[in-house]
Design a protein around this ligand. Structure first.
Ligand code: NDP
Length: 333
């Protein structure tokens, strides 16, 4: 596969300028470009530049407002609602983050429902700043139907990722971030683009037959990880990021989507907790670190996020090898 090496600054500039050329103002474009650049820098290519054509499609169709100004409203002392007014999620998160952190530090625990946003990104980039601010963070979001409920035959849930972050003062925060499908749809798209087959058990074709062909899975549906257990987690995400906060379930988001190929309008649920207000202010950090050390005593055990942090250290120096197929698609925009 032919590739071009780009610095992180070049990636950011390309993303920001492309978004601004299609109707974003500098602040909205910068928020999305930050997210794309962080994904490329951490080696999460399925949420990097590959997503730019999808972001642009929503600007061209008018579904997303690239000049939106999200608004923040306190629904309760510890519930901070952000209305994106049809912006991309990173812009709404930038607007709400400090309010969530502040509410969690005051109340011990706080939630941030985000409504009226378009989510097309990796969640770790959103939870890591919460953990880096010294708080435990959680986020989840739904999408459009892509995953079959356990026992069913038709996609109903989105790939519905959940992300959890744990602060480690003086060390990189521990953040895990996983789709509730066996594989994230972005990874299936990547396999389709690169001509790889998928492992058994990832998904089914449009007729419900198991297949390892990523193109057929994209026309069909994915399976939840761990059978009915992952299926229940995907259901929980639908309830938190949709039912609880007055936003759409994945199937409703799809019904009102214009099919432009970009992210539908939907919701996201975030939560933060201040570990200093849960009864072990002086001990929690060392106690948890001793637990991580215990885990890492075993061969082949690593902390979630360690791969990303290693990539981050390297790409800051070496840049990122970006597929020329993606760069061609971006220049064609
Ligand atoms: P992966 O299966 O690649 O990884 C899931 C998590 O497990 C990561 O935190 C990863 O850390 C960790 N991990 C992987 N291998 C190990 C290991 N051997 N030991 C310990 N931890 C490990 O992610 P998914 O494919 O499920 O999801 C990819 C991305 O897609 C996520 O960022 C998610 O937010 C995003 N997504 C976004 C959606 C949206 O609608 N916006 C929908 C669905 C997914 P590490 O990164 O260090 O490998």
């Amino acid at each position: 596969m032919s590739e071009t090496t780009m610095t992180l600054d070049e990636i950011h500039k390309l993303a920001k300028e492309t978004l601004m050329a299609h109707g974003c103002d500098a602040e909205n474009a910068g928020a999305v470009a930050d997210t794309i650049t962080r994904a490329e820098g951490d080696g999460c290519h399925s949420h990097g530049l590959m997503r730019l054509p999808g972001y642009v499609a929503t600007l061209k169709s008018g579904k997303v407002n690239g000049k939106a100004r999200p608004s923040v409203k306190k629904l309760a002392p510890a519930v901070v609602q952000v209305n994106g007014h049809n912006c991309f999620a990173p812009m709404a998160l930038n607007e709400g983050r400090a309010h969530l952190i502040d509410a969690a530090k005051t109340c011990g625990i706080a939630a941030m429902p985000l409504i009226g946003i378009h989510h097309f990104a990796a969640l770790w980039a959103e939870v890591e700043p919460i953990a880096d601010a010294g708080l435990i963070g959680f986020a989840c979001t739904s999408y459009k139907p892509a995953v079959i409920p356990a026992g069913g035959t038709k996609a109903l849930y989105g790939t519905n990722p959940i992300c959890f972050g744990w602060p480690r003062p003086g060390k990189p925060s521990m953040v895990f971030d996983q789709a509730s499908s066996v594989m994230a749809r972005g990874e299936v798209m990547l396999a389709a683009r690169e001509g790889h087959t998928l492992p058994e058990g990832v998904g089914v074709d449009a007729d419900g037959n198991p297949t390892t062909d990523p193109d057929e899975v994209l026309k069909g549906a994915l399976l939840a990880f761990g059978g009915y257990k992952g299926s229940s987690i995907a259901m929980m995400v639908e309830l938190l990021a949709g039912g609880l906060i007055g936003e759409s379930f994945s199937f409703e988001a799809a019904q009102r989507d214009n099919g432009d190929g970009g992210p539908p309008q939907g919701g996201e649920f975030m939560m933060a907790m201040d570990p200093n207000l849960f009864g072990d202010a002086d001990g929690w950090a060392d106690h948890a670190d001793a637990f991580f050390d215990k885990m890492l005593e075993q061969d082949n055990v690593r902390l979630p996020g360690a791969r990303r942090h290693k990539n981050r250290g390297e790409t800051a120096k070496t840049g990122v090898a970006v597929s020329n197929i993606i760069l061609d698609k971006i220049s064609a925009l």
